[in-house]
Design a binder for this molecule. Structure first.
Ligand code: CTP
Ligand code: MG
Length: 226
């Protein structure tokens, strides 16, 4: 069974505020996009399409040189959803291939988590996403103020998210034609009625969003290398 991936790295990283696109920011000397691509390959991915910001081919090619799987770099879009759609187009695999969509910003995703979403699809899931319990107390805003929400019924969603390539392409095309914008690929799948299976996520698959996240990710990586 072929296993392929779209690695979305076309964002600028405005909340991180670095001088380069976020995916090129380094953790202990290695760019986030390289760490992410290597984790995907270690987890069983056989082909990777990376979406990047326009005009940034040279630095991304350098960051990804020598990856141990076939790799293509394509320009992303103005939203994450559009970048995923463009990345899916550029993959060269059959409709029944397992496809993963992964945020380059989740650079420390354990290879075992990558393998677990692939396994969920192989076991019959239409779509699979890693999730973690929510740790903060949550309040929902209402017209008159706010109400407490039962945290035990909530899950935070990570990547990689998995589906069959043909089904995910169709789902993204459906979303594009109808002008529907959602925040992740599981939500895109739900637009066309696919069931989403949850698998246990991992704290190391945290997304680097702010400068404080970069400090945490660096500590995780250094601890791993000790
Ligand atoms: N992404 C993308 N194309 C976009 C926007 C985001 O490929 N048009 C990717 C980012 O590169 C990132 C992932 O989607 O790996 C998750 O997005 P996010 O963490 O929001 O990254 P940025 O959009 O770059 O950051 P910010 O929102 O702070 O600008
Ligand atoms: Mg963003």
């Amino acid at each position: 069974q072929p296993v392929v991936a779209v690695l979305v790295a076309a964002g600028s990283g405005s909340r991180l505020g670095a001088a380069v696109p976020k995916a090129l920011v380094e953790l202990a000397g290695v760019p986030l996009v390289r760490l992410s691509a290597e984790a995907l390959v270690a987890g069983g991915v056989q082909q990777v399409v990376v979406t990047i910001p326009g005009g940034m081919d040279a630095p991304f090619e350098q960051a990804l040189a020598g990856l141990r799987a076939p790799l293509r770099i394509v320009a992303g879009g103005s939203t994450r959803q559009e970048s995923v759609r463009l990345g899916l187009k550029a993959l060269n695999a059959s409709d029944d291939a397992v496809v993963l969509v992964h945020d380059a910003a989740r650079a420390l995703v354990p290879p075992a988590l990558v393998a677990s979403v692939v396994e969920a699809i192989a076991d019959g899931a239409a779509a699979a996403v890693p999730v973690l319990p929510v740790t903060d107390s949550i309040r929902q805003l209402t017209a008159s103020g706010s109400v407490v929400v039962d945290r035990s019924a909530l899950r935070a969603v990570q990547t990689p998210q998995a589906a069959r390539l043909g089904a995910l392409r169709d789902a993204h095309e459906h979303a594009r034609v109808r002008g529907l914008e959602v925040t992740d690929d599981a939500a895109v799948c739900e637009l066309v009625g696919l069931d989403v299976t949850l698998v246990p996520g991992h704290s190391d698959a945290m997304k680097v969003t702010t400068p404080a996240d970069l400090v945490v990710a660096t500590a995780i990586l250094e601890e791993r290398r000790r």
